[in-house]
Each structure stands twice: as structure tokens, then as C-alpha cells.
Design a protein around this ligand. Structure first.
Ligand code: N01
Length: 538
């Protein structure tokens, strides 16, 4: 395929992905005057917000934390909600486009299918599904952590004659569910949001749950321009604090142990933080993720709050069991507003897949283990993603010696600083494995990662260097540190997308850096200040 106008074959940088991470980097390289382009398989900018348009999809990090930190992009922009929905976030991306005019350097509807390292030229040869070939010096994968939808291999799935979509591929024009018989399979964040949104309008809803989601109150607020204008005086502080906060938010957990608090302190602190809403609801103590007794105490508090909202004792036990299904905070909690109330509706059934597994799909619906056929007009597959590594291993990326990333990571992930891989020179990635990713607000992670990557590339340009490669020793050390921290955490006993256990055959291990944003970026800065320690440059 011929190269479209404006794209030269020998790019300085090719970025894959036009979400927060890709756009942030594009504007940096533009300012540096580099020849940089972005490819994205979507038809527009927004990354995850282009694809996730299922009913109820909304962010669960509050604004302005969940936005670009650049003043030009927040000075005149106002949100209507503290946790905006997908339509408003997409409007925000269009506003970013109005301000920065990034689209002229982005090629849409273009999926990168392969990338091969050319050791002679110190360049990547990148090929797209449309046959376009470019040879960038540097390849930046801003492909996102939750990009490749996972649909379990349900028997007979293809036989279903009604409407059936994965949440991550919901049709742009929407699906009419009013008065319909609807099934939702999966109760992760996507499932919770769909259930809460469509519950009041469907004819009948059947929820297929395997593991209860230990949901937290969102604490949604409507925002007005006047309040935001005042708050904007503090925005620079908020954005700087993101990098001092463990999870990239505007707070840190209360700096006291549950274990060493008095019973009265425990209750007062738990109530105080619960009232704040968001993930902060369970940030009332700083040992919840480490100490089983503390975690059990916080769980018991959570359970009492949830049970108080549910009428049916059976449903109480299914959604908020006496025995915790896993440590609270050990899997990603969803933020909800009216999720639990939906289960008090007479037209809502909850099927526990541990008692009644899905046997097969039929033309009319789903047959469960007890032989009963449940008939549906619409089935929503909220069954998650091949997370964190999936978008990278899906591309046929061949490094030195022709080895692919997928082969290298088959039995476990190896990276240096969660942004580079030994054997794959001049390749960087953001919001991927062994970086804060799943344990961080997105923009808080991808902006400083983008700055770090741009810093490396600028250093190389300035010094006439054409190749950078992580050393295997640095990778071993990085992996050792990631696993060492994880070993101390209660979350290691939980199974889900945080550790790859949701995908059959995937190596089960923590996929994100669990040591917090400040530690992570201090390690990245340290490497840079020592002349990119852990890398070989030539
Ligand atoms: O995916 P998930 P998600 N049979 O993997 C079930 C972000 N996000 O798309 O828990 C039956 O969490 C599975 O069951 P179990 C956020 O970071 C953010 O919901 O494995 N069920 C689970 O219930 C989130 O954490 C927002 O037992 C099966 C569900 O499917 C991440 O994306 C909104 C099954 C998958 O849940 C992923 O969330 C949405 C099977 N064979 C998403 N296989 C915001 O609010 C899987 N399941 C910003």
C-alpha cells in the first residue's frame, strides 16, 4: 500500500493508540519537532472511551484527576459530573482535538498487525492490516490495559438468535432494551454499570454472577461552572499531588493501622471515609491490603453497609457473603450508585454460576447446569479482557533473533521499569505490565511515563544514539522487585484480571507494579539520572 500523504516511511516515532497515553506523547514529540505519527484501529480518538459505550459506562476516577494535566486543556473546560459518563468524556477528547489539532497526525481504522526489529538499520518495520508499512526509529505502544475483549468459549454461543454483544464492542447506535428480557453475564465493573443502568427499564433482567463485586459507593456529584472555576486555583496542586499519591489520586490512605486503632477509632474512621465515596471509601486505614485481621474488619463494615440495602436474605448472601470471597481491595472494586437496589426489583433474578453454571447457549437463550433454559432477547457479555499484556501479545512483534513478545512472556512477564523489554530495542510501552497500570488512575500513570520515554528519545537524538535496549539483568531485578512487593499483599490470593487468572492458559502473576506511583517513578528517574542504568545505548 502506498504511504498516505504526510506519513514518511522513516518516522522518528510511531505511536500505536490514540487514547490518553498516545495523545499525550504525540503532543510532546510535536513540540520537539520530531516526525511522529499515531495509528489506531478505532475511527476516532479516545482509546478506551471510543470502544466502551455500553449503557452506564462512566469513569470511576473523579475529575480533574481523570484528565490531562496541561493547563491549556483544563483552563476553559468544565465537567458536569464528578464521575462523567462516556459521552462527556468523548466530548472532552473532541475538545482536546479543538485545542491541539492532533488528528492530522493520526491514521484511524488502522490496526498494527506486526512489527519487526531491523538490527542493521536500528529501526522497526511496522505493518498494518491495510498493508501500510512504516519504519520508525522508535515504537511506542500506547495500546491500553483493557483493549482486547475476552469472550469465554461458551458452548453454542453462535446459536443465539437474539442480540448479543460484549460490553467492549457495544454498537455505537445502542441497543433497545426497554421492556426486553435481558441477561448480563459477568459482574465486574462493566457488568455492574450495565446492570445499574438498564435495571429500571428492562422487562426482565437475569444476572449471571460468578464472584460478587465488592462495590463501593461512587459518591457522584453534579458539578457547576462556578465551583469548578474556584477549584481550578488548586488544579496545579492536584496534578502535582497525583505523583505523590500511591494510586495516582488526590489522597493517600489514612496513615494509621486498623490493627492498632481502638474500636471507636475504627468505626469513626470507616464511616468518615465511606462518606467520601470513590475508592477512598476503603482508604480508611493503611494496613487493609497487608493485614488479614484489618481486611476482615473493613470487609465486615462493607458487608453491613451493602446488606442494609438488600431486602432478600438469599440475595444478601450472594452479593455480600458472610465469608469474604477475597480480600476487600484484592480485586478491582466497582463504584456504584444504585446497583444494589436493582436486586430488590421483582423483575430481577440473580443466578450464582457456582451453583448453576452456564451449560450452553441456545437459539433462545442460556441453559444452566440444572437443565433449565432461560430465554432472552438480549445477552450482554460483560466478561472482561485479556488485560494488560493482551494488546501487546496480540501484535506479532519480533525483536532481536525474531522472537515475539508473546513467546518471551508465555510463562511470565519480563520488563525493565514496566516500559521496555530486553531483546526489543527502541520499543516502549505505557500503561502496560509491571508499571502501576491497574493500581493507578490512568492519566496519573501515562503522563509521567510519556515524559520519561520522550526524555530517553531526546537523550538519544542529542547524543547521536540510535539504539537502546534493556539488559536481561535489569529485567530480572525489576521482576524480582514487583514479585517481592506482591508477595506481601493480601491481593495475591485473589484471582482476576489483575493477575491474568481470568484468561485460560495465561501465566498467573501480578501484571502491574504494586509499589505505588511515587516509588515507581523514583526508580524511573533514578535510572535516567544514572545515564539510563539498566540499558545499553549505542
Ligand atoms: O471485566 P472483569 P470488566 N463464566 O474482568 C465474569 C475497568 N473498567 O470489563 O469475577 C462466567 O472485571 C467474571 O467472573 P469472575 C476496571 O478497571 C472500568 O467488568 O472471574 N462469568 C467477572 O464477573 C475493571 O476492573 C470501568 O468470577 C465469567 C466478569 O465476567 C476492568 O475494566 C468500567 C466468565 C469480568 O469482569 C475490567 O472490568 C468498566 C465465565 N467463563 C471497566 N469469565 C469504570 O468504571 C469471566 N466472567 C471506569
Amino acid at each position: 500500500m502506498s504511504i498516505p500523504n504526510g506519513i514518511s516511511e522513516n518516522l522518528d516515532v510511531l505511536i500505536v493508540g490514540a487514547g490518553f497515553a498516545g495523545l499525550y506523547q504525540l503532543q510532546i514529540y510535536r513540540k520537539l519537532g520530531y516526525n511522529c505519527k499515531v495509528f489506531d484501529s478505532a475511527a476516532d480518538i479516545g482509546g478506551t472511551w471510543y470502544w466502551n459505550r455500553y449503557p452506564g459506562a462512566r469513569v470511576d476516577s473523579p475529575v480533574p484527576i481523570y484528565s490531562f494535566s496541561t493547563e491549556e486543556l483544563w483552563k476553559d473546560w468544565n465537567w458536569t459530573e464528578k464521575y462523567p459518563g462516556w459521552k462527556e468524556i468523548r466530548a472532552y477528547f473532541q475538545y482536546v482535538e479543538e485545542k491541539l489539532g492532533l488528528k492530522k497526525d493520526i491514521t484511524f481504522n488502522t490496526r498494527v498487525v506486526s512489527a519487526e526489529w531491523d538490527e542493521g538499520q536500528h529501526r522497526w518495520t511496522v505493518t498494518t492490516d491495510g498493508g501500510l508499512v512504516v519504519r520508525p526509529r522508535h515504537l511506542v505502544l500506547a495500546t491500553g490495559a483493557l483493549t482486547v475483549p475476552y469472550t469465554p468459549a461458551f458452548k453454542g454461543l453462535e446459536k443465539f438468535q437474539g442480540v448479543c454483544h460484549h460490553t467492549g464492542r457495544w454498537p455505537e447506535e445502542g441497543v433497545d432494551v426497554k421492556g426486553k428480557r435481558v441477561a448480563v453475564v459477568g459482574t465486574g465493573s462493566s457488568g455492574v454499570q450495565v446492570i445499574q443502568e438498564i435495571g429500571p427499564e428492562v422487562g426482565h433482567l437475569t444476572v449471571f454472577q460468578r464472584t460478587p463485586n465488592l462495590c463501593l459507593p461512587m459518591g457522584q456529584e453534579q458539578l457547576d461552572v462556578k465551583t469548578q472555576t474556584k477549584l481550578k486555583e488548586l488544579y496545579p496542586v492536584y496534578f502535582r499531588f497525583r505523583h505523590q499519591s500511591v494510586f495516582g489520586f488526590h489522597y493517600n490512605p489514612y496513615p494509621k493501622d486498623y490493627a492498632s486503632s481502638t474500636p471507636e477509632e475504627r468505626i469513626l474512621r470507616l464511616e468518615e471515609y465511606w462518606a467520601k465515596g470513590g475508592f477512598q471509601s476503603i482508604a480508611s486505614f493503611n494496613d487493609t491490603g497487608l493485614n488479614q485481621e484489618s481486611n476482615d474488619g473493613v470487609y465486615a463494615f462493607w458487608r453491613s453497609k451493602v446488606r442494609a440495602r438488600l431486602r432478600d436474605p438469599r440475595v444478601q448472601e450472594k452479593l455480600a457473603p458472610m465469608v469474604p470471597p477475597h480480600a476487600i481491595g484484592g480485586r478491582r472494586p466497582s463504584l456504584e450508585q444504585t446497583y444494589y437496589e436493582v436486586f430488590n426489583q421483582d423483575n430481577v433474578d440473580l443466578i450464582d454460576l457456582n451453583e448453576d453454571p452456564i451449560a450452553e447457549f441456545t437459539s433462545k437463550g442460556i441453559v444452566t447446569g440444572d437443565g433449565k433454559e432461560h430465554e432472552f432477547d438480549v445477552i450482554v457479555l460483560a466478561t472482561g479482557w485479556d488485560s494488560v499484556t493482551g494488546a501487546m501479545t496480540k501484535i506479532d512483534i519480533r525483536g532481536i533473533g525474531g522472537r515475539t513478545v508473546a513467546e518471551k512472556w508465555k510463562d511470565g512477564v519480563y520488563t525493565n521499569l514496566g516500559m521496555t523489554v530486553s531483546g526489543f530495542p527502541n520499543m516502549f510501552f505505557t500503561y502496560g505490565p509491571q508499571a502501576p497500570t491497574a493500581f493507578s488512575n490512568g492519566p496519573s500513570c501515562v503522563e509521567p511515563q510519556g515524559d520519561w520515554i520522550a526524555g530517553v528519545i531526546a537523550h538519544m537524538k542529542k547524543n547521536g544514539l540510535t539504539k537502546i535496549e534493556a539488559t536481561p539483568e535489569a529485567e530480572q531485578n525489576w521482576r524480582g522487585m514487583v514479585m517481592g512487593i506482591y508477595d506481601m499483599l493480601l491481593m495475591k490470593k485473589a484471582r482476576g484480571w489483575w493477575n491474568g487468572a481470568n484468561i485460560p492458559g495465561k501465566a498467573v502473576e501480578v501484571l502491574s507494579f504494586p509499589g505505588g506511583i511515587p516509588t515507581y517513578f523514583s526508580k524511573c528517574t533514578e535510572s535516567a539520572e544514572k545515564g539510563y542504568e539498566g540499558f545499553v545505548l549505542s
